[in-house]
Design a protein around this ligand. Structure first.
Ligand code: SF4
Ligand code: SF4
Length: 457
């Protein structure tokens, strides 16, 4: 992952950067009430809970000192505070995906209690982890709790490269052992790969490897670096285009594994250029691969600051002082993402509705999160804004019996709409008036055979 950034409280930052605050304040209050959308149009689909700074690795890019890595710092949210936070998120959307991460979340002693609490409220819970602490006992317990899956970081297929980057001998071997423990115990796993200059050429092999291993999702993360020049460790814009294009083609090749770019929203522009009707183009939310920061995505830091995404160090406030509900619904920071006044080529771009560019990159580069995303090579042609009709519900007379509906509702929300649409289309084409659990099973068999689908179906 990219270098973590210090989080700024918006008010404190405003004092330091009066100009920026006045810019953000003015466009959020001026534009929000006039475009017809309300806070109900913005539900969190994905909340990343960075619950600890503790870590069992020594990644060379990490800014944390050893004491903080060992103890997490004195200001981490307590167990009770985590419970309260999760209760508050449930007030806004308990159907959202909670990603419990860190640091290394599994070194936090109460982490399973926190996961258990979230699952008991109906959340889908996944972990973002280096995988090293997952053994059979833990994997079994995570399954019993109802954790949906583990996202495990692998930076290279060469153990030495991964271990050198992570700063600990044996890190790669332990991560792969963690994956094997997940497999033995029926715990779904995803592979998380951070594209960097040192490893991006390995991507074809990594995708193949992850697929062979049985990963249901391969997420390729693109780093957000703190600047240019000596700190620039990102891949170049040209390399971005190359990797994104490759990922789009890979999704066609590996149909039983979700392949997505994370934090490179022009993935959506490239997908549209290749095929305006492709499943990637039409996908939204977590499945979409665009940027959800502030609109459907938020991150909580270990000490309770709420930011639009892990790379965006602008805090809407702290959940110790203000409830998640109020911060999510009333924050000027979040409004600035929901009613954006994009500048530069992103503002002029016909793809701005489906892409919009990364907001964190211009922010960390020069402090203006509405500015253009310079990591995109596209030159806007000035046409109409491209819209994808992924929000429209198709009218249908097909009914679902109650057992089939229950099964449908067990599917994670971000897959549910796609599954529902597919089953209804099949029913309609075959004159089947009522969808039953038998029909769902028949289609599941056709689609996946004896393979397990990405998530419970
Ligand atoms: S603002 Fe950038 S880093 Fe944050 S979620 Fe969007 S694409 Fe990712
Ligand atoms: S110019 Fe901006 S909005 Fe257009 S495709 Fe590139 S990043 Fe996306």
């Amino acid at each position: 992952m990219g270098k973590s950034l210090p989080v700024f409280n918006f008010d404190q930052l405003g004092q330091k950067l009066g100009l920026l605050k006045s810019q953000v304040t003015s466009f959020s209050t001026a534009s929000a009430p006039n475009d017809g959308r309300t806070v109900d149009d913005f539900k969190p689909y994905l909340v990343a809970l960075n619950l600890t700074k503790r870590c069992n690795l020594k990644c060379e890019h990490c800014y944390l000192d050893a004491t903080t890595k060992a103890g997490g710092g004195s200001d981490e949210l307590s167990t009770e505070e985590c419970f309260r936070l999760i209760d508050q998120i449930a007030e806004v959307n308990k159907g959202c995906l909670l990603v419990i991460t860190g640091g290394e979340p599994l070194v936090r002693p109460d982490i399973l209690d926190i996961a258990r609490h979230a699952v008991s409220l109906g959340f889908m819970v996944v972990f973002g982890t280096n995988g090293m602490l997952i053994n059979d006992k833990l994997a079994k317990e995570l399954v019993e709790i109802g954790v949906m899956g583990m996202g495990i970081s692998i930076d290279s297929l060469d153990p030495q490269t991964h271990n050198a980057f992570r700063g600990v001998p044996g890190a790669w071997e332990a991560a792969v052992a963690g994956i094997e423990a997940c497999k033995r115990n029926g715990l779904q796993f995803q592979v998380h790969f951070s594209a960097q200059p040192m490893n991006y050429k390995e991507l074809p092999d990594v995708i193949d490897w992850a697929h062979e291993l049985g990963a249901r999702v391969l997420n390729v993360f693109f780093m957000v670096c703190t600047g240019r020049g000596e700190e620039l460790t990102d891949i170049s814009p040209e390399q971005y285009e190359e990797v994104l294009s490759f990922l789009i083609d890979s999704q066609d090749k590996y149909q039983d594994m979700l392949v997505r770019a994370r934090c490179a929203p022009h993935f959506k522009r490239l997908a549209y250029e290749k095929d305006p009707n492709s499943p990637i183009t039409k996908a939204q939310g977590y499945m979409g691969g665009g940027c959800l920061a502030g609109t459907n995505y938020a991150r909580v830091t270990p000490n309770g600051d709420l930011t639009p995404c892990p790379y965006m160090p602008l805090s809407a406030g702290n959940i110790r002082d203000t409830s998640f509900v109020d911060l999510w619904e009333k924050s000027e920071v979040f409004d600035s993402f929901r009613y954006p006044h994009l500048k530069g080529k992103c503002g002029d771009c016909e793809y701005s509705e489906i892409c919009g560019g990364c907001r964190a990159r211009p922010y960390v580069d020069h402090g203006d999160h509405m500015d253009e995303d310079e990591w995109c090579l596209y030159t806007p042609k000035g046409g109409e804004k491209i819209q994808v009709a992924f929000n429209t519900q198709e009218e249908t007379s097909i009914e679902w019996d109650s057992a089939a509906e229950t099964r449908l509702n067990r599917i994670p929300y971000f897959l549910r709409a796609m599954v529902k649409k597919g089953v209804e289309r099949h029913a309609s084409e075959n004159n089947i008036p009522i969808i039953t659990i038998e029909l769902m099973e028949e289609l599941r068999q056709k689609r996946f055979g004896n393979e397990k689908p990405v998530f419970k179906f």
